[in-house]
Design a protein around this ligand. Sequence first.
Ligand code: FAD
Length: 286
Amino acid sequence: MNTRDDNRTFSFELFPPKTAEGMEKLKGTVAELNAVGPKYFSCTYGAGGSTRERTFETVDWLCAQGIETAPHLACIGSDEAEIRGIVEHYIGQGIHRIVALRGDMPSGMGSSGLGSFRYANELVAFLRRDYGERFHIEVAAYPEFHPQAPNADADLANFKRKVEAGANAAITQYFFNPDAYFEFVELCDEQGITLPIVPGIMPITNYTQLARFSDACGAEIPRYIRKRLEAYGDDKSAIRAFGHEVVLDLCRRLLDGGAPGLHFYTMNQADATLALWRELKLPAAR
Ligand code: FAD
């Protein structure tokens, strides 16, 4: 298992486009992003198989370009045979890295048919049991705690369970307060959790979208950021310029404080992520 002393990992996250045009556009975005040499690209997956074919299309295309790819795999709403089918598909594509998640049931699917795995730790245990060390397994971490957790201690205990099931590393939900991350890492240290916990970084480019996501996933937008972004109204370039400075400062503090890398939620856009990458002078992985 890795430790925090390993080389830092810088990676990019994509989501599978809904249309053929979106896919064509994504190819151009990936070419731009790949030019700076990230360690890998990850691609999200809709729980219950809701993006299965589109995730396959994106992942297969990335693999065909010779790009190291980490598909996300969300287990809720799927039975073991379905999950196994997906894993076998990825093995056929030569994949060695998976982001293992519970996921959230798409609205309208209700709680019936939750599937064979209720929580991410069960998916990690299944991958280790049936596929040994084939995969480098990333799991999700929540420095501001998962919104459904009854309390911080229970969430940390659940995180520990995922780690003990065999995760190699974790990627965090995005956050804007570096103290939340450092406190979380310290709590993990106290619990003997020593795997690399890579901060998830959300570039700020669109306030309405950011506010919606943050409400849904429990990420806090500090008041001074929210107020400034609100004040810019429709002024997209002012939002981008302020957002760039805020997130750049966050990344600097995280790296200076010893974060083992950064995972950028690119939102399938290159510019904002590349501006951060270049200003931070991040190293190419190859
Ligand atoms: P878990 O670790 O299973 O935790 C979920 C909740 O259950 C937590 O509140 C936890 O405290 C609690 N819990 C865990 N184990 C137990 C237990 N044994 N008993 C009681 N409570 C327990 N979603 C998608 O649908 N597709 C994606 O591609 C995707 N990618 C993501 C990538 C990253 C880096 C992150 C941070 C999140 C991503 N998500 C994705 C969102 C994620 O699926 C949701 O946050 C989901 O609600 C939790 O998933 P998890 O894997 O963290 O779940």
